[in-house]
Design a protein around this ligand. Sequence first.
Ligand code: DQA
Length: 153
Amino acid sequence: MNILVLNGPNLQLLGTREPELYGVETLESIRTRMEERAGELAEQLDEPIGLEFRQSNHEGDLVDWIGAAPGQADGLVINPAAYTHTSLALADALKAVADRVPAVEVHLTSIQAREPVRHASLTAPACIGQIAGFGGLGYVLALEALVDALSST
Ligand code: DQA
């Protein structure tokens, strides 16, 4: 099973970016936590789990990666960051592949508990679920939920 993990704009700055909101954990550390959990899940399922982890500040990169995912990945974990609230293009890309590559949306912060402009997610309706508010742990939970969904289909 291959999982693609996509991260949107400014997430490369995790660790130093508004630590009072986003904490001090880096994206690299989140990647390590996901890889560790993927290893455990792979053992339980007796099936290898490949994780491909990417970040871009450019909407088009994310759209391209989602569009190319069928055939490369079985599922997506995505933190679209600010594009969550603005990008019809990302929502359309996720919808276009949803029948072959289901996605779980993740946010470090609880977007519902933040400024009103962050309450709506354009991308969440194209995903099978959303996990928000648990910091880096949310990525691990998203992986777990996605692997469960994929292995029960
Ligand atoms: C975020 C929430 C977004 O509103 C924000 O623009 C981000 C990060 C989160 O993970 O909490 O960049 O997606």
